[in-house]
Design a binder for this molecule. Structure first.
Ligand code: SF4
Length: 264
């Protein structure tokens, strides 16, 4: 397979370096190189326990009176939904959060990105996908002509997490927490009415698709969520630690792009 200049530029945005022969180094009947002969250059994310990683500061756990989720989520408008999330105490994750992480982007976006749960930086900043994984997500989006920065609905994505409060110690969300929080995401999808959803990370994917299958088995095809085509791919944080899978993520982005174009 030959890589066009545009494709090479896209791969470079994702930190994938394509092996290209020097001019004249291949005879016409030589086998082409294995595409994508890409060697990752990304910097592996330090694990929370790495001696070189900054200490992960936990928000102080508060004793909050747990309550029921607000009623009528399925008919709320944006301000009411945001307010309901900010004040939500429906699961125990409310006790350790600094703030809720609602979502960001164009409220009429054609593309919606759904991640997992806030990490420490997201909990501090109140925005999904910040830090190194956020930078990689931005590069991935840029590679297919999208952005989280203010722009038209065709280009600016809407980003939300499956869970709106940070699980302590970045542990995995528990089933009851996912169940309590899901109505907020369902309403966000209903309000945005995206033409395509890009689901990133095992917990986001398994929760949205009601599946226990690994991402490796779910990616590569078009699913549906609330009537919207959904493409499965790896979480940027995972890609920072598993560089070889960036090429698969690139395939997922291409599938998402094709699907979005077909829908349009
Ligand atoms: S994670 Fe979701 S359900 Fe749990 S307290 Fe936060 S907003 Fe409410």
């Amino acid at each position: 397979m030959a890589w066009s200049e545009r494709q090479q530029a896209m791969l470079a945005e994702m930190g994938l370096r394509v092996w290209l022969p020097r001019p004249g180094s291949l005879r016409a009947d030589d086998d082409p190189p294995m595409p994508p002969a890409a060697r990752e250059e990304g910097e592996a994310a330090a694990s929370p326990t790495s001696p070189t990683s900054p200490a992960v500061a936990e928000a102080p756990t508060r004793t909050m009176t747990r309550g029921a989720r607000a009623t009528g989520v399925d008919t709320m408008d944006w301000p009411a939904l945001r307010e309901a999330v900010v004040g939500c105490t429906a699961c125990k994750l409310c006790e350790g959060r600094r703030q809720t992480v609602f979502g960001v982007g164009n409220e009429h976006a054609h593309w919606m990105v759904v991640g997992e749960a806030p990490g420490e930086q997201e909990d501090r900043q109140g925005e999904p996908f910040v830090g190194k994984s956020g930078q990689l997500l931005d590069s991935m989006l840029r590679a297919i002509g999208l952005t989280r920065a203010p722009d038209a609905a065709t280009r600016q994505v809407y980003i939300a997490n499956t869970i709106k409060c940070r699980p302590p110690g970045n542990r995995n969300p528990e089933p009851d927490e996912l169940a309590q929080c899901e109505p907020f995401l369902i309403r966000q999808v209903a309000l945005v009415r995206p033409k395509i959803i890009l689901a990133m990370g095992r917990f986001a994917v398994q929760s949205l698709l009601r599946s226990s299958e690994p991402i490796g088995r779910l990616r590569g095809r078009v699913h549906q969520y609330q009537g919207v085509p959904l493409i499965v791919t790896y979480h940027p944080a995972y890609l920072l630690r598993n560089l070889d899978d960036k090429a698969k993520a690139w395939d997922d982005l291409c599938l998402a792009l094709q699907t979005a174009q077909a829908v349009a």
